[in-house]
Design a protein around this ligand. Sequence first.
Ligand code: NAP
Length: 377
Amino acid sequence: MLYRKFGKTNEKVSALGFGCMRFPIIDGKSNQINEEEAIKQIRYAIDNGVNYIDTAYPYHEGMSEIVTGKALKDGYREKVFLATKLPSWLIKSREDMDKYLNEQLKKLDTEYIDFYLVHTLTKNLWSSLKEHDIFDFLDTIVKDGRVKHVGFSFHDELPLFKEIVDAYNWEFCQIQYNFMDENYQAGKEGLKYASDKGLGVAIMEPLRGGSLAGNVPDDIQEVWNKADTKRTPAEWALKFLWNQPEVSVVLSGMNDMNHINENIKTANDTHENSLTQKEEELIDEAKNIYLNRMVVNCTDCKYCMPCPAGVNIPRNFEVLNGASMYNNVEHFKWIYNNFVGGKEKALNCVECGKCEKACPQHIKIIDNLKRTTELFE
Ligand SMILES: NC(=O)c1ccc[n+]([C@@H]2O[C@H](COP(=O)([O-])OP(=O)(O)OC[C@H]3O[C@@H](n4cnc5c(N)ncnc54)[C@H](OP(=O)(O)O)[C@@H]3O)[C@@H](O)[C@H]2O)c1
């Protein structure tokens, strides 16, 4: 395994980290983890050099931390850095922060967390946490030893990312990043910004939740087939990340031994700045083909917003585009049902047309919202 310095923490983390959000489950039930299998997989990864284990309060409906704690028995806890996250959306007071951290320590059956993140920061959560004195909490938990290093994970836009990076002496952060998301959320600019300020950067969704590796469209596969060195789509996506010196650890939510072996092998093989220009061009070509598969040319400028009926127009188009770009209607139907708010869904469109007048791309918004409803509802 190759190891990288994790920003100001000065710890050496494995290039590949184990994400505990996608454990093998029984009967399709997210809270029924196949414990035996999950524990075997985590320990196998650790035995092969992985030293960063990433879980969080809500994963597997609260069960991920418990199973992760069990996996780290028998001497495994001492071999790894354990990361978990404050469930920021549940925080209603300063006391809540201590309450959840103490509960997490119990669930993980550990005396301390190596890397504690404020989970999934967005504009609203950030302002609410500041009101509840988050900085005092972060200072306290490092001082009293419950946590070694503090950071945050992020799901909003670049200006807010920079604001948060500059607001506290964070040691690391976690961002969504892959070759399709260079200009999405924190993106490449955010990666460089955080790294320049000395933060270690953990990457989540390196395969866009698996979309860049499964159901790969034929036109994309043809691009990968042109390479001199044959690699799987997952290898290309991971190599894109490890090629970048600003990336510290790439987290993958693995639940299949073949994937674990493949990702460990790719991590072992990939040094910083090791892709050739020709290989980088191939990745760009694949990216452009994915972008051409978009059905709605929405740039997320938000000129169409706010919608009088409450529909989140860009969000609906993002999910509609995802289904077509990544050749996976089922997955994006699940995202639509679980991550697009009730009021925000396309079916609430009242066809007033206010949005179409404002759209600089002249998108037929009403028709495309109907299309979204037909596909997902
Ligand atoms: N802080 C946050 O807000 C946040 C949000 C998201 C994730 N995370 C963390 O980041 C971790 C990584 O994100 P992620 O799980 O979305 O990572 P990901 O690597 O983008 O997606 C994981 C999925 O990719 C597929 N996969 C992995 N390796 C593969 C391979 N070699 N070949 C083919 N398919 C492969 C598997 O899909 P199939 O199971 O379909 O085969 C796997 O479930 C999570 O587990 C979690 O710990 C944090």
